[in-house]
Design a protein around this ligand. Structure first.
Ligand SMILES: Cc1ncc(COP(=O)(O)O)c(C=O)c1O
Length: 398
């Protein structure tokens, strides 16, 4: 104790780390950072116990697909582990260009740039294009990476109510009419499972000359023809300027992409610090994403199975009377409303062999504390039955 006090005084920042209440609570209740001992598709092993994974973003279930695994292995042997360099200097390889061309073509865009994390791609999609003096209109529930991009841009930010074009219209009416404007939204909201009301939002963007950035991390692979995403789902390819997303969800890899016109992507390559000063995506990551992209186009059964499972899973939750926040997609929250209800529910599921993730305020709006679940094409009927039984058990703990 005396030593801690002495340290806190001598090094206040170190003291902040040692005394942090949130960290102490996290370590005490241990709801996060669980390291699994083993995984095979939707079956995991945690502390020696077999469990069903119900919170992964492997929507299409491709992370153990033999073609994806083989593509990663072959790339590792051919290209080594890493380029150990940034794209503008020594880190560019032909496989980067190949994947970029394939993603761009799939999304009906002229060009694409890939990064080593979706977080970087989405952050850069805002920070590279907006600047001081601009006005950014952001859905108040967008992902943390987009908020970081907004902050780094130095633009003025105005939030509008979640997925609410009427509110966007009101907010935009009060903004400086002369200022260049950007709208920042997600295609599918990761916690809520809501699909953006893109037709109405795009109409407002058009009326006000707004540059539109849409993060489709959870729509890519899930919505649209062959999984082309939210923009394709609505047939609005001409209305969105930038589609960014992640390779770590339906594409069963890690990394991210920004897809847009050639002018926009070349501007990004000139000005985006995240693009210029961070090492290129690794050969294995790129190859796995590319193999998944090819499978999305040649094996439609994964997308079909995903939606079949989503229907079955939603019916289970509805039968139990859960509040799923009107989720429309495979990302399904179970809203319980308070930390006191979320924690025992999550623990009861764990006890029954179901792994989920909890999200509590301020990560979600107050009163919306929830269990975040996501169904995959890989879940079997037997697993869904086990999930149903565990949910019924957890409901009794509330
Ligand atoms: C909406 C959204 N955008 C971006 C990201 C970042 O992607 P990545 O995990 O590939 O860095 C995530 C990840 O959870 C996300 O949910």
């Amino acid at each position: 104790m005396a030593i801690t006090l002495f340290l806190n005084k001598k090094k206040p920042i170190l003291g902040r780390c040692i005394d942090d209440y949130s960290t102490k609570m996290r370590l005490r209740y241990a709801p996060f950072y669980h390291a699994m001992d083993a995984q095979k598709g939707t079956t995991i092993q945690l502390d020696g116990k077999e469990m069903i994974m119900l919170s992964s973003n492997d929507y299409l279930g491709l992370s153990f697909h033999p073609k994806v695994v083989e593509a990663g292995r072959a790339a590792l042997l051919k290209w080594g582990t890493s380029t150990t360099g940034a794209r503008p200097s020594n880190g560019s390889r032909t496989y980067h260009l190949e994947l970029e061309q394939k993603i761009a073509a799939f999304l009906g865009r002229e060009a694409c740039h890939i990064h080593a994390a979706g977080y970087l791609s989405c952050l850069a999609s805002v920070a590279a294009f907006a600047q001081k003096g601009d006005v950014i209109l952001a859905d108040k529930n967008v992902h943390s990476c987009l908020w970081d991009g907004i902050r780094l841009s130095n633009a003025t930010v105005e939030r509008f109510s979640h997925n609410n074009p009427e509110d966007l219209r009101e907010v935009i009416a009060t903004a400086n009419p002369q200022a260049p404007k950007m709208i920042v939204i997600e295609g599918v909201y990761s916690m809520e499972g809501h699909i953006a009301r893109l037709p109405e939002l795009a109409e407002i963007a058009e009326e006000h000359g707004c540059f539109t950035v849409l993060d489709d991390a959870h729509g890519f692979g899930v919505l649209g023809r062959q999984g082309r995403g939210t923009v394709d789902h609505f047939g609005l390819n001409d209305n969105v300027d930038v589609i960014c997303g992640s390779l770590s969800k339906s594409l069963a890899s890690t990394g991210g992409f920004v897809a847009a016109s050639s002018d926009v992507i070349e501007f990004l390559r000139t000005h985006s610090k995240q693009t210029i000063f961070s090492a290129a995506i690794s050969p294995t990551q790129a190859a796995c994403a590319q193999a998944s992209l090819e499978i999305m186009q040649s094996e439609p059964q994964h997308l079909e199975k995903l939606w079949l499972n989503t229907k079955k899973y939603r019916a289970i939750l509805k039968g139990l009377g859960f509040d799923t926040w009107d989720s429309e997609t495979p990302a399904v929250p179970i809203v319980l409303g308070s930390k006191e209800r979320v924690y025992p529910f999550w623990k009861a599921l764990l006890e029954k062999g179901i792994f989920t993730v909890m999200a509590t305020s301020p990560a979600v709006p107050a009163g919306k504390d929830l269990i975040r679940t996501a169904v995959s094409a890989m879940h079997t009927d037997e697993q869904l039955e086990k999930i149903a039984a565990a949910m019924a058990y957890a409901a009794k703990k509330l």
